[in-house]
Design a protein around this ligand. Structure first.
Ligand code: HEC
Ligand code: HEC
Ligand code: HEC
Ligand code: HEC
Length: 135
């Protein structure tokens, strides 16, 4: 009864995996499951799993070239994550000059929600809450 045993082991392993990361739903393979580092000279750590657990839609941060929020399903299906990088659009050729600069686009995207918070939980507002080198 080898095959039966293997199937049971696979079932146990899979169930264990799902239980160990309850914030991430099955099929959400398109989301980085470990914190990512944004930028190089003044790097910031950003944790998708934490923000996902707050039920923030992907399109709150990921939008298309018409500034329409991109849907969760559409983003989960993306194979090459580089497609989502902000600098693909927000670079020195971007029409709105205020939105060419990394500091401006990220601070505008990240800070207001941290100040208001979600269900009484506010995000970091001090520089070293986001910028790793300042810690
Ligand atoms: C609060 C803002 C925010 C939310 C919400 C968010 N992301 Fe991101 N995501 C980012 C930032 C910032 C980056 C890095 C962009 C860059 O480096 O230019 C990123 C990068 C990515 C990348 C590329 C990683 C790589 O390979 O470099 C993927 C894939 C991704 N996000 C998927 C998702 C999915 C799926 C969701 C919804 C479940 C989501 N994101 C929600 C901010 C967000
Ligand atoms: C496919 C192109 C594209 C990508 C990729 C992109 N943006 Fe944008 N973004 C735009 C366009 C177009 C606008 C609207 C510009 C305008 O209104 O002048 C915009 C506007 C913005 C604004 C100003 C809107 C506001 O609320 O004030 C912010 C902030 C911003 N983007 C942040 C980001 C961040 C952060 C990322 C990466 C996670 C990103 N964008 C990725 C095209 C893009
Ligand atoms: C729509 C709301 C929202 C947006 C947009 C958002 N955050 Fe947050 N973030 C939060 C909340 C709420 C918390 C606090 C969560 C908690 O304490 O449980 C948080 C926590 C954090 C933390 C602390 C993590 C920890 O381990 O304590 C960091 C760092 C962070 N966010 C970075 C970012 C960055 C960088 C961006 C922009 C790319 C961003 N956030 C955009 C809501 C947001
Ligand atoms: C909510 C998170 C958050 C907070 C709080 C925050 N920043 Fe940032 N900041 C970012 C992100 C994300 C970037 C983009 C990182 C990159 O691409 O280099 C950034 C970029 C910058 C840059 C440009 C880095 C570069 O290499 O172009 C500077 C300078 C900066 N921040 C200074 C500050 C200072 C000073 C404070 C405190 C007054 C602060 N930031 C607070 C998230 C934050």
């Amino acid at each position: 009864m080898r095959t039966g045993k293997i199937i049971i082991n696979v079932l146990i392993a899979t169930t264990g995996l799902l239980w160990s990361c309850p914030a991430v739903q099955a099929g959400e393979i398109g989301m980085p499951d470990k914190p990512i580092i944004i930028g190089t000279s003044n790097p910031v750590e950003f944790d998708h799993v934490l923000h996902r657990s707050l039920d923030i839609p992907c399109g709150e941060c990921h939008h298309d070239d018409g500034h329409n929020p991109r849907g969760n399903e559409e983003i989960f299906a993306i194979v090459d994550g580089k497609e989502l990088h902000c600098k693909n659009c927000h670079n020195k050729d971007f029409a709105n000059t205020f939105l060419q600069n990394r500091k401006d686009i990220f601070h505008t995207n990240c800070k207001p929600c941290h100040a208001v918070g979600i269900n009484g939980n506010r995000g970091p507002r001090k520089c070293n809450g986001c910028h790793i080198k300042d810690r």
